[in-house]
Ligand binder design. Structure first.
Ligand code: SAH
Ligand code: CA
Length: 221
């Protein structure tokens, strides 16, 4: 029998929240403000923010590409980890959500380090490729509309340097991927991409059971 991970009970999750990471004060305030948003559930958890920050530190990331910004928690987590040497390209189609993100980027003194491109992310990614930014990013995070994930993954593979890292969020699709009777409209796209990545020898992979499932793909040199 395979070993099973320790079950993340509410009590154990509370323990992680209390002892598992340090959250910057600005991030804590952003999280508090976002908590009352009707789509608050879209934000990554603070422990995932800390995990992505430490990944950025580990790979010495200087250029981070984010697809799906919302109110800015994930982008600010990574931007703070990279510091003033870092550059973030942030893609989202919603100006209202990203106005909140911009306020917190400014408060953190990082607004000059973060370039927001508003509009459909597929178009913005094609623009980045056309602009000659191929192989220039260290780290990419895919967290926008699920039906386009495959297109985002392919674009990120182009935009990433060899050895760079792609993290794909919600690869459990709220647990639906393993429960066919609960599949929703977008679950087939996520499931198909999970299957494709499993045998994609352009990358080394690890699906991490944090949040709603975070798949890490390192672009092989
Ligand atoms: N990473 C964020 C959460 C992102 S939620 C965080 O941690 O807080 C998903 C975001 O994707 C939303 O802000 C939504 O506006 C954006 N989005 C959805 N479809 C999009 C598209 N086609 N192009 C660009 N952004 C899109
Ligand atoms: Ca997400």
């Amino acid at each position: 029998m395979a070993n099973r991970p320790t079950e993340l009970t509410t009590a154990l999750h509370d323990y992680v929240l209390a002892h598992g990471f340090r959250e910057d004060d600005i991030l804590a305030r952003l999280r508090k403000e976002t908590a009352s948003h009707e789509w608050a559930i879209m934000q990554i958890t603070p422990e995932q923010g800390a995990f992505m920050a430490i990944l950025a530190e580990l790979i010495g990331a200087k250029r981070y590409l984010e697809i799906g910004v919302f109110t800015g928690y994930s982008s600010l987590s990574v931007a703070l980890a990279m510091g003033i040497e870092g550059h973030v390209t942030a893609l989202d189609s919603n100006e209202t959500y990203t106005d909140t993100a911009k306020r917190y980027w400014r408060e953190a003194g990082l607004e000059k380090n973060i370039e927001l491109r508003l509009g459909d992310a597929r178009t913005s990614l094609a623009d980045l490729i056309a602009d000659g930014q191929v192989a220039s990013y260290d780290f990419a995070f895919i967290d926008a509309d699920k039906s386009s994930y495959d297109a985002y993954y392919e674009a990120c593979l182009e935009l990433l340097r060899p050895g760079g890292l792609i993290a794909l969020d919600n690869m459990f699709h709220l647990g639906r991927v393993s429960a066919r009777d609960k599949w929703s409209e977008d679950t087939p796209a996520i499931d198909a991409l999970n299957r494709k990545i499993k045998t994609d020898d352009r990358v080394s992979i690890s699906m991490v059971p944090i949040g709603d499932g975070l798949t890490l793909c390192r672009k092989r040199p």
